[in-house]
Design a binder for this molecule. Structure first.
Ligand code: FAD
Length: 477
């Protein structure tokens, strides 16, 4: 018969949510078992955040080297014979992934978390069966608390199903065997644009199709403008307000994949066929809720996501859910923070998930960050808004880094200068996210930031200058 073990906390999924919950629980003396079907680290370390940022960096370096070879470097750097060994690029990226996933496995071991390899199938809210690749049950685990951290998966377009070769998701796009001559990206959200820009820099002709009227529709237009401009400069073709209505047969003119698009919301408008070698579908991600017995649990949902309260409790007693499974915003740092919190609540701490800020970043060209409220959101929330921006063109460090396009913006309450949000767009601004989140979490006012001495020359000075400008005291603009 199947061996049965008993544990206090059973976690399904070793992504950033699940593995952080496991480590924190073990630190707090909770006997913890973690079931994972693949390598630890989840989407984020294996096929998400980390490999995408590695590929983006490599593509950027290649583009810079090529600019030098084309005599287009203002720095006086000349180069010739620039080539790309994509197999080595991918091996380098895979090496980073392996170091990180190996690191997570080592941390779990150090903290004496029991990591069980296999596919978890929920029997009831207190019992999980672990199955091997053939579907045979290898273990039955009983638990007091069940934590669901099964993450999300790429959404498919019914009109253009994934085939893993010509119609691909971000997963395949992160491990190209060769750079396609022509790539169509469906979806101008952050995943589609990050990868689309990287492929352009690696040499592909890239066309982006987006149903909304502008790129990165989750962010305000002022913030996304520099990204849009750069797409145009890079020669990326954009079809905004266009919908994919189906696949087109491969054409005799070459190209293994084709898509038929039409102006969004206009069924009588003329359709257009685009040809390419590959189509990357990046139209969003959906919580992973099927295939492991979740459907049979009487658990409340909102849409596809599992509904949780501000402690990540589901509607079932002692069943918890965190991370992408619980819906937007699907971010690794949110999953981690929720995982840490659930472990602490189970250990008896008083905790609630009420962050003042969860910064969202697009590692596009240039980068884009948003934390807290935008001016429009603050206004809609009923605040009398005081907002100011500081252009990176007036920041010395930005000049030395060749990244003077963009700005840092602060949003504050006019009455008492309490900071409500930060946004930035520009080269390297992703690294400002920590300062943004910290000031929001600490309830800072404009004066707190304006009167902190920011080291020179750094991009961080633009944060201070934005706060100074909101107070009518900007020094460098
Ligand atoms: P996941 O990381 O999805 O982990 C879930 C794990 O559960 C998986 O390992 C899966 O194998 C396992 N699992 C599921 N069901 C079972 C089962 N029944 N039995 C056993 N194991 C199971 N976020 C950011 O914050 N910053 C970024 O820059 C960023 N870039 C991204 C780029 C790309 C291309 C993609 C795809 C995502 C990116 N994300 C980014 C999103 C980020 O990856 C997710 O928000 C994060 O991984 C969610 O963590 P999670 O723990 O909820 O789930």
């Amino acid at each position: 018969s199947t061996p049965h073990i008993q544990t206090r906390l059973l976690i399904i999924g070793a992504g950033p949510g699940g593995y952080v919950a496991a480590i924190r629980a073990a630190q707090l003396g909770i006997a913890t078992t973690l079931v994972e079907a693949r390598a630890p680290g989840g989407t984020c370390l294996n096929i998400g955040c980390i490999p995408s940022k590695a590929l983006i960096h490599a593509a950027g370096e290649f583009a810079k080297a090529q600019a030098c070879a084309a005599g287009a470097s203002p720095l006086g750097i000349h180069a010739s014979g620039i080539t790309l060994d994509i197999a080595q690029t991918i091996a380098w990226k895979d090496g980073i992934v392996q170091r990180l996933t190996g690191g997570v496995a080592a941390l779990l071991k150090k903290h004496k978390v029991q990591l069980v390899h296999g596919w978890a199938h929920i029997v009831d809210g207190k019992t999980v069966e672990v199955r091997d690749a053939s579907g045979t049950a290898t273990q039955r685990i009983g638990c007091e608390h069940l934590l669901l951290a099964t993450g999300s998966q790429p959404m498919a377009l019914p009109a253009l199903p994934f085939d893993g070769q010509t119609v691909i998701s971000s997963t395949e796009a992160l491990s190209p065997r060769q750079v396609p001559d022509r790539l169509i990206v469906v979806g101008a959200g952050y995943i589609g644009l990050e990868l689309g820009i990287a492929y352009r820099q690696l040499g592909a002709q890239v066309t982006v199709v987006e149903a909304a009227e502008r790129i990165l529709p989750a962010y305000d237009a002022e913030l996304t403008q520099p990204v849009q401009r750069r797409l145009e400069q890079r020669g990326i073709r954009l079809y905004l307000q266009h919908q994919v209505i189906g696949a087109a047969p491969a054409s005799s003119a070459g190209g293994a994949a084709g898509v038929v698009i039409r102006p969004a919301g206009n069924a009588t408008a003329e359709a257009l066929t685009l040809q390419a070698d590959q189509v990357l579908v990046a139209v969003g991600r959906q919580p992973r809720t099927a295939g492991y017995g979740l459907e049979d649990l009487p658990i409340e949902r909102h849409g596809r996501a599992v509904r949780v309260d501000d402690q990540c409790r589901t509607s079932m007693r002692q069943v918890w859910a965190i991370g992408d499974l619980t819906g937007e915003p699907m971010l690794a740092h949110r999953a981690m923070a929720q995982g840490e919190m659930v472990a602490e609540i189970i250990a008896g701490h008083r905790r609630h998930f009420q962050p003042a800020a969860m910064a969202a970043i697009c590692f596009t060209e240039p980068e884009l960050v948003s934390a807290g409220l935008s001016p429009d959101q603050a206004q809609a929330a009923g605040h009398d808004v005081l907002s100011a921006q500081f252009p990176l063109a007036a920041n010395g460090r930005a000049m030395t880094l060749e990244g003077t396009e963009g700005f840092v913006r602060v949003v504050a309450r006019r009455s008492d200068h309490r900071i409500l949000g930060w946004q930035a767009v520009g080269g390297h601004v992703a690294e400002l996210a920590a300062a943004f989140a910290q000031s929001l979490e600490m309830g800072a006012h404009l004066e707190d930031v304006a009167h902190t001495i920011h080291a020179h020359p750094t991009l961080g000075e633009a944060i201070q200058e934005a706060a100074l400008r909101a107070l009518g005291q900007a020094l460098h603009v």
